[in-house]
Structure formats: C-alpha cells, structure tokens
Design a protein around this ligand. Structure first.
Ligand SMILES: *Cc1c(COP(=O)(O)O)cnc(C)c1O
Length: 482
C-alpha cells in the first residue's frame, strides 16, 4: 500500500502497490444453494467446501499470496538431506532480516511450540504470556505446566480504542515473577495477539518485558507469527519509531529476546516454522527434538521449496508497501462497518475484522451460540466464510456444563495480498445487510457434539425456521439471484 493521495479526497482508499498475476476462480452459489450447503455442513463453517465459498475469511494461515520472487526462488530448492544450500539461504535470510545467527526448522508454528515446551516446561511450571494461542496452550498444558495470561485490562475491553491492546500489564508481571520464582519455564510474548482481535503490542512494552526477564534470569520467547502486522502498527502508531526503518525495528526487537519463533504460514507468506536465536546453549537444549519430531536439521519437516519461499518472504515482511496491505484493508472495512453502526472490535488490528456477535443479538442466550449463528448468517447472506470465536470454540466443563466465552466474536480474516478492495466492499455491504436484518436471526443447537475440538467437527441446526425467513428477506431485497 502506498501513501498516494487521491485528488478526490472523498474517494481516498488504500492503493495496492502490487498487481495480481495468478488468479483462482471463485464461485458464488445462489442464496437457496447457500442455505442448503450450510445445513449440509452442519451449520459449521469449518465443514463447508472451498468450491462453495466466495470470500474465504476463515483464517490467515497458509493462505497468503506469494510474490513472483518467492515463486521464482522455489525453483532453486536444494533437496540434499545434509548440507542443503536451501537451508543455508534461509539461515542467511534470518541473519539478515531478524539479525539472529542461527535457527532450528520445524514444519509449522505449533511444531516450534511443541519443541519449546518439550525443552523447557515441566510439571508444576508456569508460563506467563500476554495472551494464549490455542496450540501454544495445548503443548504447555500437555506437559503439566500452566499458562498464565497477563494482558493489560484494555486488551479484553471490546470498547477500548487503545492503540496497543496486546500490551502486558507490567505491575502484574512484576508481582507474578516475585510470587513464582524458580517455576517459570519461560515468558512468551505474542506479537500481534491472535485471539483478542489481532491487537498489537508496543515496542516500549516488549522491550520493558524483555528487560524484566533478563533482570530475573527468565528466558524470553517471542512468538513472531503475526509480527509483520505488528511491525506496521509500531511504525504507524508509536511515535519513537516513526522514522526508524522496519529492519532497524526488527533487529532491535529480536536482539532483546532470547528466542524468536514464528509460523511461516503467516510471517513470510509461505508455510513452515523456525525457532531463531543468538544463544547456542538455548538452541542446543531444543536441537535434539528436531530430528525426533520434525526431520533432519536441514529441513525440520518443511518442504525445501517452502523454505526458499520463506527466505524471500522474510525480506518482504520488511517492505511497508506489502505489510500495510492487510492492516489498511482491515481498517477500511472496520471504518465502514463502524459508520453503519455495526458492532466491530476497534481499533482495527491485524489478521482480520472481528464482529461482536453479543451486540448483534443482545437477547440471544449464550447457549444458542450467537457467534456461530452470525457465521451462518454471513454465509447465507453472501457466501462469506468467517470463523466463530465464541462459545462453540470453548470446551464444556468436565461436568458437561457450558463454558461461555468472554467475547462472542465472528472473525473475518483478511489473508495477506489476496483480496481486492471491491471484494472487501462486498463484505461490508453484506455485513450491513445482516446487521439491518439481525432481528430475523435466531440461534443454533448442537445435533452432533464431539467431546474435543467440537468447533472443527461439530454439527448444529437452527433452533427454528429463521434461516428460511432470512432467505425470503434476501430475495425480497435482492431478487431471486445471488
Ligand atoms: C497461527 C499461530 C500459531 C501456530 O502456527 P501454525 O503454523 O498454524 O501451527 C502460533 N502462534 C500464533 C500467534 C499464531 O497466529
């Protein structure tokens, strides 16, 4: 994206500084088909087929567009098991872009987390972090250690417009460290909090947290999976960094941490994972798990062509014209929705826009899954697939009672460099239509509920015939068509 000013200020929009050279055909099923298809999919957007989706806004993982340079680099992949030149090229890119000497490869972000947990967590340990991510928490708790979230209060307030809602609560962190001496496996900083709306964390906060870790002999670990969006927010929202270039910021940040890991399904516009550090002792403690769980140290379960794509993609994460695209599209979408009065999490973060389903349906009981109902309504209204981030994504208590989510959100992810602005406009249009017709929408109930990961595989049904009424209203407004 550029800072190009439009002559007609009322038409100012984010302007792409890239063009699309490979395209994928999309299909928009008509509204009757959408009703049938979502019910065949058990009213669960995870069970829809891609051929039936117009806007796939489920996730930003592994679905970001590659550049011509990334694709070109993939041709030179060196498959040799030992001494692979591809591995050397990726190491050099990590040295140059992150300023870190060495790395361990893993097949994706959660595989890095598995290795970190195996190397450092034991039963009875605690792992403080600003906010958990699903896979991170699963690996840590699997080993009997406990995740403790220390995000500042603003992070959980849907109506707070603080620019850095991912910040740690520093006084709480200090108190926590004093109370848990000797039990802390490591501290994890998630740069760009996934589960609380892609909200960034400030450079000042991260550097202070890293300093506190050093003073207390605690290993600091940065999860940099969403760092490219966070870098953009540091540069545009944090005064002290306005005039620093992205590489300087990246180096300063990585140098402050003991370990930096990332999912290359997000950072680097590719697929894979890396654990990077200047500290050979720490790398040595993790090294043995790479051949055990992932593969040899030259590839760690990654496809070599993907490694070439990461090496080039890392450089692209320093390019403001690329990394601003996601945040600016999301900001554009959030601003339009906000102007219509649609309840959406603000300020706009990275990753995607998050609709506040509780505010769409203030009278719908939690037990009828407001965020799930909104996800279904968006598919019926526009072939748009979002991800439920509410009670369906939680797991029942051991006694079978529901654990209601703190926030009932529908996430509309914006994969990087993938959509055009007219497609984003279409999403805003259909969200507004759903908002204007929200009184027609009722809840869902489970008809098939797996004990674990029910949000992936569970099947639901509408509580009454609200979906037919919604379709009838759609036809009245748009005609019989799409
Ligand atoms: C996606 C993600 C992960 C996990 O990465 P995968 O490659 O999907 O395993 C870890 N941390 C954060 C912050 C993420 O967004």
């Amino acid at each position: 994206m550029s800072t190009v000013k439009f002559y007609r200020p009322e038409h100012q929009v984010p302007l792409e500084m890239h063009k699309v050279r490979i395209v994928q055909k999309l299909y928009l099923r008509d509204v009757d088909e959408r009703l049938r298809l979502i019910n065949e999919a058990g009213n669960n957007t995870f069970l829809l087929q891609n051929k039936d989706i117009y806007m796939d806004m489920l996730t930003d993982s592994g679905v970001n567009a590659m550049s011509d340079n990334q694709q070109a680099a993939m041709f030179q992949a060196d498959d040799s098991y030992a001494g692979s030149e591809t591995c050397n090229r990726l190491r050099r890119a990590i040295q140059d872009v992150l300023g870190l000497n060495d790395f361990l490869p893993a097949h994706q972000g959660r595989a890095c987390e598995n290795i970190l947990a195996e190397a450092f967590c034991k039963k009875g340990d605690v792992v403080p972090m600003n906010f958990h991510f699903t896979t991170t928490k699963a690996h840590i708790t699997r080993l009997g250690a406990k995740v403790v979230e220390l995000v500042a209060a603003k992070g959980l307030q849907a109506d707070s417009i603080d620019p850095f809602k991912g910040d740690f609560d520093i006084p709480r962190l200090k108190q926590f460290i004093a109370e848990n001496k000797g039990r802390i496996s490591f501290l994890r900083i998630e740069t760009g909090t996934n589960l609380i709306g892609g909200q960034p964390i400030s450079m000042a906060n991260m550097l202070e947290v890293a300093k506190i870790c050093r003073e207390n002999g605690i290993i600091s670990v940065m999860d940099a999976s969403l760092l490219q969006d966070n870098l953009y927010f540091i540069k545009t929202r944090e005064e002290a960094y306005k005039n620093k270039d992205t590489k300087e910021i990246m180096h300063e940040l990585c140098a402050a941490m003991d370990i930096t890991y990332f999912s290359a399904r997000k950072l680097g516009f590719a697929r894979g994972g890396c654990i990077c550090s200047n500290n050979q002792d720490l790398l040595l403690r993790m090294k043995e798990f790479v051949p055990l769980y992932e593969g040899f140290l030259t590839y760690g379960g990654m496809e070599v062509r993907s490694m070439e794509a990461i090496a080039v993609g890392l450089y692209e994460t320093l390019d403001m014209e690329y990394i601003s695209q996601g945040p600016l599209f999301i900001e554009h979408l959030v601003r339009e929705l906000d102007e219509y009065g649609v309840p959406v999490v603000k300020p706009a973060g990275g990753l995607g826009a998050h609709l506040n389903a509780s505010a769409f349906f203030p009278d719908m009981p939690h037990s009828q899954y407001p965020a799930g109902a909104l996800a279904v309504a968006m598919y019926i209204a526009g072939g748009i697939r979002g991800m439920e981030r509410g009670t369906i994504s939680e797991q029942r208590e051991p006694d079978g009672t529901e654990r209601y989510a703190e926030l009932e959100l529908l996430r509309l992810a914006v994969p990087r460099r993938v959509f055009t602005l007219s497609q984003i406009e279409y999403v805003a249009d259909r969200v507004k239509w759903v908002w204007d017709n929200r009184q027609l929408i009722k809840g869902l109930r489970f008809v098939e509920e797996p004990k674990v990961l029910r949000f992936f595989f569970g099947r639901l049904a509408p509580v009454d015939d609200w979906q037919e009424k919604l379709v009838a209203k759609f036809k009245a407004d748009f005609g019989d068509s799409l």
